[in-house]
Design a protein around this ligand. Sequence first.
Ligand SMILES: Cc1cc2nc3c(=O)[nH]c(=O)nc-3n(C[C@H](O)[C@H](O)[C@H](O)COP(=O)(O)O)c2cc1C
Length: 198
Amino acid sequence: MKFDPTDLAVKDMYKLLSGSVVPRPIAWVSSISTDGVQNLAPFSFFTVASRNPAMLCISIGPGVGEREGTIKDTLTNIRDQKEFVINIVSTPLGNAMQKSAGNLPNHIDEFEEAGLTPVDSEKVLPKRVKESPIQMECKLHEIINLGTDHLIIGQLLLYHIDESFYLEDYKVNLEKLRPLGRLAGNYSENKDFFTLPK
Ligand SMILES: Cc1cc2nc3c(=O)[nH]c(=O)nc-3n(C[C@H](O)[C@H](O)[C@H](O)COP(=O)(O)O)c2cc1C
C-alpha cells in the first residue's frame, strides 16, 4: 500500500506518522508564563537537533479538540520567555506526565495539578521536575514555523542527572531509567537492551 500525503486528511497522515516513527522519547517541557505561572506538558515529537553546540528540538502542533484555534501554552511561554527545561519521562512517571497533558487553563500550575515537586533551575526561570531523573535547561535558539506546527530548537545550557542514574564515563543507566516511549496513542516501556553483532 502507499499513501500520498496530499491525498490524505491531516488526521490520517498524522496517524500513519505517529504509528510509524516509534517509539518516541517524551520531552516533558517546563516553561513559565510572563505572569510567572509554571507550565508542564509532554511532547513526543522530540529529538537531539545538534551535538555541538548541544541542541534539542520539539515540534508543537496547533490546539486540537476543545482547544481548536488556540496556541499551546508551551509555545506562548517559550516565545515570550525564550527559556524552557526538558525533563525526561521514566516509566513510573507516566501517570503524572499524562495528567500534565490535560487541557488546563493557563493560570493553573501544572506541577501542582500533577503532584510534582518543582525545583529551581540554575540558568533559566522555568523549574525542573524533581521526580525526573534527567533535566535539561535550555535557552531558545530558534522557532521555525512549519505549516501548522512550530519546531522549537533549544540550546542546552545545563544538564542534570540524578547520580543514581549515572554510570561512569558519561553513560546513563538505561535499565534504571526505564524511558517511557510514545507509540500512536499508547506507550512502550524500554527495558530490553541488546547490542547487534558487528
Ligand atoms: C505522550 C504525549 C506526547 C505528546 N506530544 C506532543 C507533541 O509532540 N506535539 C504537540 O503539539 N502536542 C503533543 N502532545 C499534546 C500536548 O501535551 C497537549 O496539547 C498539552 O495540553 C499542551 O499543553 P500546554 O498548552 O500547557 O502547552 C502530547 C501529549 C502526550 C500525552
